[in-house]
Design a protein around this ligand. Structure first.
Ligand code: ATP
Length: 382
């Protein structure tokens, strides 16, 4: 096992496109680190540099104590799992899993033992003599995992390994990969564009945008203390609602709505005082908007009345879209679905009787609002 350290890494492709800018991060020994961000942000490039499949333009990459910038891929002692599994179709599962060991000229008996142990761990024993064409997507995924595990590498690198699976299987494999990683304790870098995967699997999550590292933190800290508008909107589903607003003393003018900010908002974010009389970006998580007839009595008491445009009942909650006459702020995520313009998204209690087309009183937990600078979109904290 080993740590992986990026020290001011740049990647400039031969066409002069700079895909990674001054990336510095430490993946600790045994850690599960997720690299997440929208398409084209440079996640695969970063991973491929660790694997040795992409040259490093500048900076230092270390695996354990060893600088590996110029070390050949096969001498880096890492295993990679790809989205397309990259299995050999003409070989059986047994041969696929044991292939790297055979190449390393390991004795046959030893290979056999390791392959069978690995297959047992992945519940693939019954499939050992089948070819990949006869396996389900989930089983193929597990064979790909098996090939990585059997070599006992110092690190696993995984590039969107679940994206070819259907939604249900993805959830199942997500849990399985997390379990295996914990059991084996092997340092892992996992690339995905899916923030739910990032949040549920990573010990820590690194958010990238346009080749720049935005924030690296535990999933909960990313959610609670996003450093900027981009991270705030990227993490969480449905996304945080973002609007322009104006701060006037302890009042927030949000479109035509005036909301009183509790003292605790200023205590938690001392820098907010400096924004008196100025425009800010305000972020409202959908769970901080509730149908007032179902809101807890402890809520701060602020309500707004608005017309519901659309409701989506998920059983455990109702996702309600409603009009809010404030100016929305674009978080700059090219992957984000186009939202209904000028609308807000709320997560209502499933017992809410709100109907599309009808007005509803919405209780607003103002205390949980997020605030960002309107010019550079950084979070306003200390
Ligand atoms: P995706 O989720 O779509 O795979 P990604 O975040 O993994 O995206 P990369 O594949 O790392 O992104 O690509 C980062 C950027 O570098 C993209 O803008 C891409 O077009 C560019 N890029 C990738 N490979 C090359 C190359 N060989 N030459 C030039 N530009 C490249």
């Amino acid at each position: 096992m080993a740590s992986i350290t990026f020290d001011r890494i740049d990647k400039i492709y031969p066409n002069n496109f700079e895909a990674i800018h001054q990336l510095s991060l430490d993946v600790e020994d045994g850690e599960f680190l997720v690299l997440v961000g929208p398409s084209g942000c440079g996640k695969s490039t970063a991973l491929r540099m660790v694997a040795g499949l992409e040259e490093i333009s500048s900076g230092v990459l270390q695996i354990g104590d060893r600088v590996v910038n110029d070390v050949e891929p096969k001498k880096r002692d890492i295993a990679m799992v790809f989205q397309n599994y990259a299995l050999y179709p003409q070989m059986t599962v047994r041969e696929n899993i044991g292939f790297a060991l055979k190449m390393a000229k390991m004795p046959k008996q030893e290979i056999s033992r390791l392959v069978e142990d690995t297959a047992r761990m992945l519940e693939l024993t019954e499939q050992l003599d089948k070819k990949p064409g006869l396996l389900s997507g989930g089983q193929r995924q597990r064979v790909a995992m098996g090939r990585a595990i059997v070599r006992k590498p110092v690190a696993f690198l995984m590039d969107e390994p679940l994206s070819n699976l259907d939604a249900k299987l993805r959830v199942q494999m997500r849990a399985e990969i997390s379990r295996l990683q914990r059991q084996l304790g092997v340092t892992t870098i996992y690339v995905t564009h899916d923030q739910v995967e990032a949040m549920t699997m990573g010990d820590r999550v690194a958010v990238l945008k346009d080749g720049y590292l935005q924030q690296i933190d535990t999933p909960q800290n990313l959610y609670d203390r996003p450093v900027n508008v981009f991270v705030a909107a990227f993490i969480g589903s449905p996304s945080m609602n973002l609007y322009e607003a104006e701060l006037r003393g302890d009042r927030l003018q949000l479109g035509s709505h005036q909301l009183a900010l509790p003292q605790s908002s200023f205590e938690r974010r001392p820098a907010l005082q400096g924004y008196n009389g100025r425009r800010v970006v305000v972020g409202v998580r959908p769970e901080d908007l509730e149908d007032a007839s179902h809101a807890a009595a402890t809520a701060s008491g602020a309500t707004i009345t608005s017309k519901v445009e659309l409701t989506e009942s998920l059983g455990s909650e109702i996702v309600a879209h409603f009009k809010l006459d404030a100016t929305r702020v674009d978080p700059g995520n090219p992957d984000a679905a186009d939202d209904i313009s000028g609308s807000a998204v709320a997560r209502f209690d499933p017992r809410s009787s709100c109907r599309a087309g009808e007005a509803v009183d919405i209780a607003v937990t103002v205390d949980n609002f997020h605030f960002f600078d309107i010019d550079d979109h950084t979070a306003i904290w200390d």
